[in-house]
Ligand binder design. Sequence first.
Ligand code: PBG
Length: 329
Amino acid sequence: MKNIASYPSTRLRRNRKNDWSRRLVQENNLSTNDLIWPIFIREGKNIIEPIKSMPGVFRYSLDKVEKLVEKSLANKIPMIALFPSTDESKKDLKGSEALNKNNLVCKALRLIKRNYKDIGLMCDVALDPYTSHGHDGVIKNNYVDNDETIKILVKQSLLQAEMGCDVIAPSDMMDGRVGAIRKSLDKNNFKLVQILSYAVKYASNFYGPFRDAIGSKKSLKSDKKNYQMSFFNTDEALREVSLDIKEGADFVMVKPGMPYLDIISKIKENFKIPVFAYQVSGEYSIIKNGINDNLFTKDIIIETLASFKRSGASAIVTYFANEIAKELK
Ligand code: PBG
C-alpha cells in the first residue's frame, strides 16, 4: 500500500466508533446463503441417533429427512449434502453398494426430489462409505487403484444424477475423475448437473469424527496419504485445481477449512472460480467440545465462518449450518 496517511491525521478508530459506521465499512458478509448443511442418513424407522464424537449431530432414518429439508428451506440454506452410514453387512471390497439404486443416498434423493425443488442436493462420489476396508477406491496390489476406481465412480455419479442429485461432488482424489465424470454426464444428457470437485483434499487428522459417523473408522487400517494431499503443500493444491477446472469442475472445494485459509485465498486469486470450504467434523467437534458457554460458542462459530468469507470462499459446508441460521437472520 502506497501513501498510507499517518497518525494523528489518520485515526482508524474513527470509523469504528459507532455501530452504524462499522456496518458501513464492513468488507464481507455472512448469511445463510453461504451455508451447505451435511446430514448423515441411516436405515431404519423413526431413528435420530446421536453421534458420540460429534455432539449435536445425528444419524437420521429416512422418514426423518423431510423435516430436515423443511428446516433448511425455512432457514434459506441453499444446499444439503447427503452422507450415508451404511450397514456393515452391505460393505465389500469393491464398495458394490455404491451402485445399488436402492442404497440410502438414492432413496434419500428420490424422496427429497419428489416434494422439494427449491433446495440443492449434493452427494459425495467416493467409495469409503461402502468399502469393507474404508478406502475411497478399490485396492489392487495393496494400492488404491486409480483407473479401476474411476470406472466405478463414473457409474456412481451417473446413478446419483439419475436419482436427482444436483451437484456431484467427487471427494476421492483419484486423478482424472472429474473429466471422466463430466464426459459421462454429458453423454447421458445430464449436461446441467454440476460438479463440485473436492480438488484440494488434504490427508487430514481432522476427519476422525466423520469416519466414526459413517462407520468407516473401524475398518480403515491405514492412512489415505497415497491419494489425499500432504498438508505441507501449496503448489500441488494449485495444480490440482487447475487440472480439475480443465476437466470441467464448476466449483472446487478446499478441505479441511480453517487450517487452510491460505490455500482458499490463493485459489481465488489465481483461478477466479467459486471456492467452497469444508469446515470438517474435527473442526466442528473441537469448537463444540472445547467451549462450554453456549452464547460464546455462537460468536465463535460466526467468527470462523467469517474467516472463510474473508479468505475468498463463496460457501461453507458446515455441521453448524442450521444451528447458526437463527443468528444470521
Ligand atoms: C470421504 C469423505 C471424508 C469426509 C467427507 N468425505 C473423509 C475421508 O476422506 O476420510 C470428511 C468430512 C468431515 O470430516 O467432516 N470421501
